[in-house]
Design a protein around this ligand. Structure first.
Ligand code: ZN
Length: 246
């Protein structure tokens, strides 16, 4: 067994037998980490509030070779985001983001991007940025990082540019946007503003969402398209999706 420590955000915990908890962390240096916190459900346990969802912590753990489940020996609270989740819209947005992180971020990933992004989103929420646009920001970013964001500025078949005057149609199954004449079906219309938003996300941090140049009704329509792509790749609807209010 080797002992280690890592900076992390607590995504969620659930009860195990013997007053233990299973905790899922998004770490800075090794992707997702799942660990058993012994005695964490006992009154006055040594973990205190450090195992509350969305706490930014340092996790101390032991791991056995060949096992993906570690033993959490301690957890120091660095920063609590408990206050942020007390707003109901922010709470549901964060539950949805945490669910997607758990689905998409691999165990033992050395990439710290997901960790830094989630933390920046928490900070932006605390600074009063709208949960709706931050959720869209995260969806767009996640699709791109996983290489599942299609080219949404041109028709996938004939390469005609999607423009304000000639919107395209989204087909997640056929991996892209199709112009009016090539579209296999016409369910989700996509204007050129979604392409502009995705490009904007690449160039701006979450905090910039406070002054993003996109009207609220556009943000709501981006959600439909981005979620259709995520649902298609997940092969199911995220559980927390229906609680999103914008
Ligand atoms: Zn076309």
């Amino acid at each position: 067994m080797s002992r280690d420590q890592v900076e992390a955000l607590v995504l969620r915990t659930f009860p195990l037998a013997d007053q233990d908890k299973l905790a899922v962390f998004l770490t800075q240096e090794r992707g997702l980490l799942r660990g058993v916190a012994k005695g964490a459900r006992k009154f006055g346990n040594r973990f205190g509030s450090a195992l509350e969802p969305l706490s930014h912590v340092t996790v101390f753990f032991y791991e056995k070779e060949g096992s993906d489940l570690v033993t959490v020996s301690g957890c120091d609270l660095r920063e609590s985001f408990f206050d942020v989740a007390s707003d109901l819209r922010a709470h549901f947005a964060l539950a949805y983001i945490a669910e997607l992180v758990e689905e998409f971020v691999p165990v033992r990933s050395r990439d710290s991007l997901a960790f830094r992004l989630f933390r920046a989103i928490l900070q932006a929420l605390r600074d009063g940025v709208e949960p709706g646009i931050l959720t869209r920001y995260f969806e767009a970013w996640l699709l791109r990082l996983n290489g599942i964001m299609p080219d949404i500025r041109r028709c996938r078949r004939c390469r005609t540019a999607i423009a304000e005057t000639s919107p395209g149609w989204l087909s997640p199954r056929r991996d892209g946007i199709y112009c009016d004449s090539c579209a296999p079906s016409r369910k989700e219309a996509i204007g050129d503003s979604l392409g502009k938003f995705v490009a904007w996300v690449q160039e701006n941090p979450p905090s910039a969402c406070a002054s993003a140049p996109f009207p609220a009704e556009d943000i709501a329509s981006f959600g439909k398209a981005l979620q259709a792509l995520l649902v298609y790749h997940l092969e199911r609807e995220p559980k927390c999706l229906r609680f999103l209010t914008g």
